[in-house]
Design a binder for this molecule. Structure first.
Ligand code: HEC
Ligand code: HEC
Length: 274
């Protein structure tokens, strides 16, 4: 009994200390201040183990075709080089100030399995600037990028420059027909975290910034009109989400490149807010 009371007291004291630490301003959040060695070690090990555990179940398709590698190069050049650089190519200036620093993937390619690289590119890494590409690139393109990243340690700077010059311009990927996907409100909830909706709206049921740049979406499912102009039907909500300015040219809500599938799922989630 005494031990239980002591334990509860210890837990309460630890929680109190953590809250006091959070409010104290003692911790330096600046990106110019590297973590201490133990914290760095902890973050590094946690990331590696988390990625390895989640990548274990992924089936890796054949990655050796030249066409796949070439498409991967184009995609890498479009989406990754700004942060990770390439042989003989520095990352963009903004990326030099990131903490954690985006690694040179020639080293990653040697130590990480294709499944681990795929998982990371698809899902991104929390609390780093590594974005999730799941809602931006189709699965086949993610594998093309993995195929190219695995080749990175073998490519010299002049070879990279030559490949870049020679490879064909990037054509948009073929996307599966909308009818092949069921409407999925839960997926819509996940998707709206990927379109910065919370940076402008308060949205019930979702954790995040919840800033009031735009109106709260509380009970949006019961609202008669969208943005005061469109009758609140599923079709109109999709229209609004995909191109707000086409509905209201003066609106501050931008076109966030929401795909048709994602707009359909987000609209389904918003309809549940009653
Ligand atoms: C906005 C910057 C940014 C962009 C764009 C970006 N990354 Fe990253 N990436 C990061 C950061 C930051 C990390 C985390 C590094 C760490 O935790 O040490 C990271 C980590 C990774 C990792 C984990 C391996 C490692 O060595 O840390 C892989 C793999 C990766 N990125 C691949 C890619 C690929 C492929 C693309 C393009 C589709 C891409 N990244 C685009 C910033 C970026
Ligand atoms: C940069 C800020 C910004 C972002 C990001 C943004 N919105 Fe908006 N949104 C607004 C503003 C401002 C309005 C008010 C528009 C008007 O009335 O013309 C609005 C209006 C709306 C409305 C209509 C609300 C009503 O009261 O009728 C919905 C629904 C909506 N946004 C959903 C979303 C979703 C979902 C996302 C993410 C895909 C999103 N918004 C991202 C700024 C933003």
């Amino acid at each position: 009994m005494k031990i239980a009371v002591a334990l509860v007291c210890a837990v309460i004291a630890a929680m109190g200390a953590a809250i006091a630490f959070a409010y104290s301003g003692f911790y330096d959040v600046s990106a110019t201040d590297q973590h201490t060695r133990p914290v760095y070690w902890l973050l590094e090990k946690t990331t590696r183990a988390s990625v390895a555990a989640r990548a274990a179940a992924i089936d890796v398709p054949p990655l050796t075709s030249a066409a796949l590698g070439e498409r991967g190069l184009r995609l890498y050049d479009e989406h990754c080089v700004q942060c990770h650089g390439a042989p003989g190519v520095a990352p963009s200036p903004f990326a030099l100030g990131l903490l954690p620093a985006p690694g040179n993937l020639a080293a990653t390619a040697i130590h990480w399995t294709p499944a681990e690289i795929f998982w990371t590119v698809r899902n991104g890494l929390k609390m780093t600037a590594m974005p999730a590409w799941k809602f931006r690139l189709p699965e086949a393109d993610l594998w093309a990028i993995v195929a190219f990243v695995k080749q990175l340690p073998l490519i010299s700077a002049p070879e990279y420059a030559a490949l870049r010059r020679l490879s064909a311009p990037l054509q948009p990927a073929a996307v599966p027909a909308l009818q092949t996907f069921d409407i999925d409100a839960q997926r819509g909830k996940d998707a709206l975290l990927q379109y910065l909706c919370l940076t402008c709206h308060e949205i019930p049921g979702v954790i995040g910034i919840q800033a009031a740049v735009g109106p709260s979406l509380d009970r949006i499912g019961t609202r008669a009109f969208i943005a005061g102009v469109l009758p609140n039907t599923p079709e109109n909500m999709i229209r609004w989400l995909r191109d707000p300015a086409a509905v209201d040219p003066r609106t501050a809500m931008p076109d966030l490149y929401v795909t048709e599938r994602d707009a359909r799922d987000i609209a389904a989630y918003l309809a549940t807010l009653r």
